[in-house]
Design a protein around this ligand. Structure first.
Ligand SMILES: Cc1cc2nc3c(=O)[nH]c(=O)nc-3n(C[C@H](O)[C@H](O)[C@H](O)COP(=O)(O)O)c2cc1C
Ligand SMILES: [Fe+2]
Ligand SMILES: [Fe+2]
Length: 394
């Protein structure tokens, strides 16, 4: 399919609508879009390829769009296989095409393909420009957003940022490709946050550095490698990235995440939620065993106040909670207030274990905790009441 976007830019990406797990890790109930673009100026440039799983459709789109014109440049912003799997196929299909990429990216492409592609390569670095005619691409290094070799590029003539994985999102339920086609721009946020927090989340410093470079540019369009294209409201996306990369919470509400084998810790979590509600404080309650971690990590980036409630398990933590907290630790989330509730029958250590696990994070862990001995009793109920008060007043 030939799909015109704007000026001399075309869409040649494709959706995988039946894929269930991105990176065999993250649930994608609405599939995944692998974006790729062609600029047809005096020179033609293909900006990144796509995932192997959509290879046939992608190659058909490239051929339909070029309409017999040769391909001059294959630009690789990011060497991860979800965008680079078809590099070799494209280079074979267009033997005169130059591979425009960074030194590091070429190294990774060579590793992935088992070939030495250097004879085909034209190496670019931060600040270099690739002239295509009326259009041109200026490369901006974006190391660790979210791989070391990543570059984004900027076309001044159309004020367009080709942002690689940045500003990407899970899902492709729309036939529409543009943010302007959404009834409510907020509809982008939840799946974009889940993508950001799980895939880019720990690299806040690097994202901040990229945003700083981007702040010097006039940006009217953002074309990411996944999800919808920002043809409007670029400021909305940039503001969200500023917030997430600085680990600032979007909501002052409370997230309560509990694990529970026999429902006693669950009951304590429900009572806390009810007490908070009585105090006029909103909360979201999540069972750690029945919610995919990626949604919980996303909520941890959203909410300012986090309650973790968990039984003691052989002197350690209920395993699902331990796994989650290890991911929280890796996410490097900051600026959060953390409250702990523990349960146990003979030697209750869960709160200390949770506190130890999170001790490297720049978060505030409240000393005022709740200890349940097997089941809630008057003692633990008054602790829950006190914790609800503390949270409500914080
Ligand atoms: C496999 C397993 C290991 C446990 N290890 C401990 C422990 O080390 N210390 C302790 O005090 N309780 C331990 N418990 C008991 C639970 O923490 C306790 O019964 C708690 O009340 C369960 O809460 P729940 O009703 O929310 O599942 C263990 C329970 C199980 C099933
Ligand atoms: Fe990536
Ligand atoms: Fe990607």
């Amino acid at each position: 399919m030939k799909r015109h976007l704007f000026d001399t830019t075309y869409y040649v990406g494709a959706c995988h609508r039946t894929k269930t797990l991105f990176e065999n890790l993250f649930p994608i109930p609405n599939g995944m879009r692998y974006n790729s673009y062609i600029i047809k100026d005096e020179k033609t440039a293909l900006l990144d390829t796509a995932d192997e799983s959509v290879g046939e459709e992608f190659l058909e789109n490239v051929i339909d769009t070029l309409e017999g014109k040769p391909l001059d440049y294959l630009v690789v912003h990011h060497a991860e296989p979800d965008h680079s799997a078809l590099v070799l196929k494209i280079l074979n299909l267009f033997p005169a095409a130059k591979l425009v990429t960074s030194t590091q990216s070429l190294k990774y492409l060579n590793q992935f393909t088992g070939r030495d592609l250097s004879a085909r390569a034209e190496i670019v670095k931060d600040g270099d420009e690739l002239k295509l005619g009326k259009r041109s691409l200026t490369f901006i290094a974006a190391p660790m957003v979210h791989w070391p070799e990543v570059m984004v590029s900027y076309d001044k003539s159309t004020s367009t940022l080709f942002s690689a994985d940045a500003f990407g999102s899970f899902g492709c339920s729309e036939g529409n490709l543009f943010i302007s086609g959404l009834n409510n721009i907020g509809d982008w946020t939840d799946e974009a946050r889940r993508y950001y927090s799980n895939i880019v989340g720990r690299f806040g410093v690097n994202v901040t550095a990229l945003l700083k470079k981007a702040a010097a540019l006039k940006i009217d369009r953002i074309l990411p490698l996944h999800g919808l294209i920002f043809d409007t409201n670029c400021g909305f996306a940039i503001d969200k990235y500023s917030l997430w990369s600085s680990y600032s919470a979007e909501s002052k509400d409370v997230l309560i995440v509990y694990g529970s084998m026999y429902q006693n810790t669950k009951k304590a979590a429900e009572i806390l939620g009810a007490q908070l509600s009585q105090n006029g404080v909103k909360s979201k309650i999540t069972d750690v065993s029945y919610t995919d971690f990626s949604y919980i990590i996303s909520d941890i980036f959203k909410y300012e106040k986090l309650v973790f409630a968990c039984p003691t398990y052989y002197g350690g933590l209920f395993p699902r909670m331990e796994q989650l907290l290890n991911l929280v630790k890796k996410s490097a989330v900051k600026n959060r207030k953390i409250y702990l509730m523990e349960n146990g029958t003979w030697a209750v250590t869960a709160a200390k274990n949770m506190s130890d696990l999170l001790s490297d994070l720049k978060v505030e862990i409240c000393e005022n905790k709740v200890t349940v001995k097997s089941a809630c009793n008057s003692d633990s109920l008054s602790q829950i009441e006190a914790l609800a008060k503390t949270i409500s007043n914080s």
